[in-house]
Unconditional design. Sequence first.
Length: 143
Amino acid sequence: MSFWKKLFGRKDKDAETVDLAALLSQAAMAGGDENADGIPDDWHAMIVNFDYGSTELAPLHALEDELEQVIKEADVGVFDGHEIALDGSDGFYYMYGPDADRLAEVALPVLRQSEFCKGARITLRFGSVFDDAVPEKEFILDE
């Protein structure tokens, strides 16, 4: 049965029931060894959770641009983007690469220059984001 028929079903009484979440998960996993953003599944992650405190996004984007540039220049991975609360209270930056320690080595000096990243919680994941059993290291960004 095709993806679309599974998603939208058939009109006859013998149509099978479909778990949409399971179907979308299967579709995502069918892509091979990369996620939807083209990031290899076995890459490590560096996640930065910070208190932002503003709805003015220019400083958030400026720091994002700087992180993207230093990560690219050092060839240690990719900057994948950010999430920010609608009220601007807090946010996340996401970075991925083959070595979380190398990502941190490159990104931390940039993060330390930002006022809103002071006291941020940094999580380094040493393995696939799809594996709950990979080792992690968490720490608070010092000044």
